[in-house]
Design a protein around this ligand. Structure first.
Ligand code: CA
Length: 217
């Protein structure tokens, strides 16, 4: 069951989103302000957060920082429609952005797309002979379960979520370890080497000259 947290202080909109998502079989939890949302995120697990920007107390941008630390994807839902706000939201790390008023069909399509990108649909992620179950955090190669450390798993997922793109080491570091790149690429390189070895990814997880790495799927 996919669990979605909806954070929205306008009750009619909250109810509309909730009803629409329930109709698609998602499990929904609602929060009317940022503090309530933060408390829920701390005590429960979610696969996706739909986050209004203008909230009483802690606003959406502030909350996004916190949600990102928990590796939960976020779709911003907001009345703000200017390009500057849109860019700010995406730069802050939201996966997508939807402006009020919106069509329910559009909202559902965006929810589905983000969940798929994060491998949070029923069947999980598969490429080549590798299958990843994101909720269970397990990886199977062929028929054999492969044991990965927490960071190796996060790294694999990060590569998959950014598949076929050349990624800079600093970008990879920020996405997986968080915080500023220490300037020394050893952490990233070591983990990439281990992933390649454990999953025989030498052909797919390629080095990109003067950049970093790319997962070819
Ligand atoms: Ca609002």
């Amino acid at each position: 069951m996919i669990r979605i947290l909806i954070v929205e202080d306008e009750k009619p909109i909250l109810d509309l989103i909730k009803l629409s998502l329930l109709g698609e079989g998602y499990h929904c939890t609602c929060a009317g302000d940022g503090q309530e949302a933060a408390d829920l995120i701390e005590s429960q697990t979610f696969d996706l957060v739909l986050l209004d920007i203008m909230l009483p107390g802690i606003d959406g941008y502030e909350l996004l920082e916190y949600v990102k630390l928990c590796h939960i994807p976020v779709i911003f839902i907001t009345a703000k429609t200017s390009t500057a706000d849109r860019v700010k939201g995406l730069k802050a790390g939201a996966e997508d952005y939807i402006s009020k008023p919106f069509e329910i069909a559009e909202l559902l399509a965006r929810v589905e797309t983000v969940l798929r990108r994060f491998g949070k649909e029923g069947n999980g992620i598969a490429f080549g002979d590798i299958r990843i179950d994101v909720s269970a955090r397990t990886v199977i190669k062929g028929e054999t379960p492969v044991s990965l450390t927490a960071k190796e798993f996060d790294l694999l997922l990060y590569f998959y979520q950014n598949k076929n793109k050349a990624l800079y080491r600093a970008q990879i570091y920020a996405g997986v370890w968080g915080g500023d790149f220490p300037g020394d690429s050893r952490t990233v390189d070591l983990h990439v080497q281990r992933l390649r070895k454990k999953l025989s990814l030498e052909e797919r997880l390629v080095s990109v000259y003067k950049v970093g790495y790319r997962l070819e799927v």
